[in-house]
Design a protein around this ligand. Structure first.
Ligand code: PLP
Length: 389
């Protein structure tokens, strides 16, 4: 067992913020059903409404927090939007869907489901830095477009899309605009107003809150078909007894994320720079994936030609360093990352790529430990490699 542990997989999930962990424990006694009329029920209810305001504040929706629906997480929020489009689109001829080739699997597979149901779906390609072509989007949006769904920040390479510009292109049309902002919220400023989105997805466990809880912003007037029917929780938009304690903890995590955001972003960007500069200096012929500036402050994706991503990951793991190849959801499959392939890096480089994602617990010491460990691993793997690069 290594005697040092370095966690650099914050895009897969984050540990609980210590204050959130305490709140979760305290809230274990918040057992009453938040839909009950008695004092304990009303207490649980007001805790949930406070959390709703905190989460709404983090995404610029505080003027009408009712627009935020609590869900079980990002996957459910995204699927709710696509299910809504299924119900709308099968009854009318405005049924075209536009999304991107680099979405998270829960959007990609929901879009493929609509495609299999006969909906015309267009998957926008991206350039070498992972950005969509805004002119192409403007050409594609027409009066047959039902939904445009574009992620704010990519989970694998960290590339940011120009959401305000996308809003300006889509808004004048009849189509609904959805943004999967799961990786953006808590890392960069997110604003449903200037982005002009109708739907926005976020998840608690990517911002130091508990797993199994998330949110879907639904603009007043935008349609919503519940994925889960039952009681009238969330005004009939999402049935099921509230997970009050987890929702309260999500609210606290959102409130802390909002307070810490400016300092958090600056600190992570500095650590990211230290890591990328150190790796570029120590290891020849590596390629930094993602946009050079329009990128999450915590995410660094690098291809190491002549070395396999899985082999690098295993050697780093033996040294106590936790990273990821592509996305956590994609590992276990031997297909090269769909995101890297969409940026045109080719299967060789896509297979030899590692995602480092930093977070609250990351230190300069952690970065230096990676810089002391990784060059030797790459040199050894390259010396055994049969491919030239
Ligand atoms: C993690 C993630 C999701 C899924 O969120 P869950 O709460 O784990 O279901 C969706 N989209 C993106 C971009 C993500 O990073």
């Amino acid at each position: 067992m290594p005697n040092k542990f370095v966690y650099m997989d914050y895009n897969a999930t984050t540990p609980l913020h210590p204050l959130v962990k305490q709140a979760l424990v305290d809230n274990l006694d918040l057992f009453a059903n938040a839909s009950s009329m008695h004092e304990q029920g009303r207490q649980a209810r007001s805790t949930i409404e406070a959390a709703r305001l905190y989460v709404a504040q983090l995404i610029g929706a505080q003027r009408n927090p009712e627009q935020l629906v609590f869900t079980s997480g990002g996957s459910e929020s995204n699927n709710t939007v696509f299910a809504t489009m299924f119900h709308l689109g099968r009854k009318q001829d405005r049924n075209q869907i536009i999304t991107t080739a680099i979405e998270h699997p829960c959007v990609l597979n929901a879009a493929k489901w609509l495609e299999s149901e006969g909906f015309p779906v267009h998957f926008l390609g991206v350039d070498g830095d992972g950005r969509i072509d805004l002119a192409e989007l403007a050409r594609l949006v027409n009066d047959k477009t039902l939904l445009v769904s574009i992620m704010a920040a990519n989970n694998e390479i960290g590339t940011l899309q120009d959401m305000p510009a996308i809003g300006r292109i889509v808004k004048p049309s009849l189509s609904w605009l959805h943004c999967d902002a799961t990786q953006a919220v808590g890392k960069i400023p997110v604003d449903v107003e200037s982005w002009q989105v109708d739907y926005l997805t976020l998840s608690s466990h990517k911002l130091y809150g508990p797993k199994g809880v998330g949110g879907l912003f639904v603009r007043k007037g935008a349609p919503l078909e519940p994925l889960i029917r039952g009681g009238h929780q969330e005004h009939g938009r999402r049935a099921g007894t509230y997970n009050s304690g987890a929702i309260a903890a999500f609210g606290l995590a959102a409130s802390l994320a909002r307070q810490e955001l400016p300092e958090y972003g600056q600190r992570l960007r500095a650590l990211r720079t230290r890591l990328v500069d150190g790796l570029l200096a120590a290891i020849p012929k590596i390629r930094v994936n993602g946009h050079p500036e329009q990128v999450l402050p915590n995410t660094l994706n690098i291809s190491f030609p002549g070395a396999e991503g899985e082999a690098i990951l295993l050697h780093l793991d033996l040294a106590g360093i936790a990273v990821s190849t592509g996305s956590a959801c994609a590992s276990g499959s031997l297909d090269p990352s769909h995101v890297l392939m969409a940026t045109g890096v080719g299967p060789e480089l896509a297979h030899g790529s590692i995602r480092f994602s930093l977070g609250r617990g990351s230190t300069a010491d952690d970065v230096d430990y990676v810089l002391a460990t990784l060059p030797g691993i790459i040199a050894r793997l390259r010396s055994m490699s049969t491919v030239s690069f």
